[in-house]
Design a protein around this ligand. Sequence first.
Ligand code: NAD
Length: 301
Amino acid sequence: ADVHVAFIGLGHMGGPMAGNLVTAGVRVTGYDVVPAAVEAARATGVVIAEDIPSAVREADVVLTMLPSGAHVHEVYRGSDADPSGGALTAAREGTIFLDCSTIDVAEAQQAAEMAVQAGFTAADAPVSGGVVGAEAGTLAFMVGGTDKTFAAVHPLLDIMGARIVHCGGPGMGQAAKICNNMLLGVTMIGAAEAFVLGERLGLEHQALFDVISQASGQCWAVTTNCPVPGPVPSSPANRDYQPGFATALMSKDLGLAAQALEATGSAAPMGALAHQIYREFAATDGAHRDFSAIIHELREN
Ligand code: NAD
């Protein structure tokens, strides 16, 4: 494909995603503010730009993979601290703004609106699958945008991912992601509670797993990411809870869900409690452990 992508944000996720685009023959111009990220991306064949305007000037797609909505807005609009300017003033006509970061739904919709106001099209396409999925090109993309924009970005997402779902208009990719992860946060705590109660009752982990995995409590938190070592050899519990999906990221996503709950006036007592539990765990040494390590907190109480 002779498509040209400007890739802004070459971190843990963006770096390998950009590398997979290069491998597939896509022309990728990258930009990041951290020298180590820049050098790692350069080694995979990404052409490094000096600033955002020179990264995006000839791009067909401006792909962002940044920590938060504030970063996305700043890259689009430019910041006072950086006189080189933002992506929206430098991009050429017809460019698609594709944000793959995980950000607040309202901020995603604002970002899309900024792009549309400037005469461009935009979509949000947050991912799940983590660094492993980014490296393997097996990410799941949840896309919010028009049918036309979805069709236009699909071939690119296909290179970086294995599952691509069009969730609706702008912001609906982020909406799907936080709803899924809110459920995941709740089910992991529930799974951990069940294993701890079983322990106290004298029930073997394997016996409880054999029941749950074939019964109505069946869920990903048990059958794939089992919080106790043994029943699922590939689960993080078997490697001292190395992530996997780090607690810090679960806490971030539950914070985004909390913002959306507030913005919509929704009640979600379980989601809100999961947010509190993971936020507290993320303030300890739990931050960089897999989120299934929450079982240790529950055992202590
Ligand atoms: P990261 O911190 O490793 O990467 C973000 C990169 O953005 C960094 O290299 C940083 O220097 C760069 N950056 C910040 N401001 C910038 C600016 N103004 N211009 C250019 N670059 C800038 O984070 P990550 O793990 O790659 O995650 C990126 C996004 O993907 C986040 O929104 C995260 O929530 C989401 N996500 C991460 C995972 C995961 O497992 N790591 C999984 C799913 C989704």
